[in-house]
Write a protein that binds this ligand. Structure first.
Ligand SMILES: Nc1ncnc2c1ncn2[C@@H]1O[C@H](COP(=O)(O)OP(=O)(O)OP(=O)(O)O)[C@@H](O)[C@H]1O
Length: 235
């Protein structure tokens, strides 16, 4: 099986701090791959290097047979590397369906049927005409996911999608991600270990900008190095 995404020697520093330190990583098409690690391990910086929000100091980002290392963020989105929009990029005064229309129309015009079908896929169709600011917090997270799916990415990167959700909402979110994963490869940054263990096919653990461990959920759960890293950071 060939990798959908690969990084070779990927690095970025902030002053003297090597936030992402020479990372070789690969992700297979079809998998849900979780990226975990203590606070400050470099997860967000790594994903920002993939999305193009940060430019690599050295190393390469290879995606779907192309070298995207020097490409700007919008080209990476166009190549099929998608990520969930942050709550801040939701237009609060616009309706839910108009937010989805805007996400779609970054690329082309969208039909009402297409918008409705996307909203149905994440369970938001009943809220289509509501201003986004009136959505409950959990529904705003769903709107971010819907907007992330709008361009039908080959790989969708989710940065802490369950953060701030109530326990009662998490089961539904797990089921939804599982459904999305039938058609989209997923890279999931997540602190909630229940979510990680329920969803991930493979897990990569980062610590201080490096890969500490990689394996199946069972292997990671059993790893003493991983347990030590987590206990050490109290996160
Ligand atoms: N723009 C920046 N300028 C300076 N230091 C930064 C910057 N962004 C991140 N860092 C530092 O780089 C390190 C890695 O941060 P990063 O946010 O990537 O970690 P993380 O694993 O995503 O953490 P968390 O789980 O807390 O979100 C941290 O020490 C952080 O303080």
């Amino acid at each position: 099986m060939s990798a959908l995404l690969e990084t070779r020697g990927l690095s970025i520093s902030f002053g003297a701090l090597k936030a992402v330190d020479n990372i070789d990583f690969s992700l297979q098409s079809g998998e849900i791959h979780a990226l975990i690690g203590p606070n400050g391990a470099g997860k967000t910086s790594f994903v920002n290097l993939l999305s193009g929000r940060l430019m690599a100091e050295s190393g390469e980002v290879l995606f779907d047979g192309r070298n995207l290392t020097r490409q700007p963020a919008y080209r990476r989105v166009r190549a099929g590397l998608g990520y969930t929009f942050q709550v801040t990029s939701i237009f609060a005064q616009l309706t839910v369906q108009d937010n989805v229309r805007l996400a779609l129309e970054r690329e082309r015009s969208a039909s009402a049927a297409e918008i409705l079908s996307l909203l149905k896929s994440t369970g938001l169709e009943a809220h289509a005409f509501m201003p986004a600011r009136d959505l409950a917090y959990g529904h705003q997270r769903l709107l971010e996911l819907t907007m992330g799916l709008a361009l039908r990415p080959k790989l969708l990167m989710l940065d802490e999608p369950t953060q701030g959700l109530a326990d009662s909402e998490i089961e539904g979110f797990i089921a939804l991600i599982r459904e999305v994963s039938k058609t989209t490869t997923i890279l999931l940054i997540e602190h909630n270990m229940q979510v990680v263990m329920a969803l991930a096919d493979r897990i990569t653990v980062l610590e201080r900008g490096r890969i500490l461990a990689q394996g199946s959920p069972a292997e990671i759960r059993a790893s003493e190095a991983v347990q030590a890293a987590y206990l050490g950071s109290k996160s």
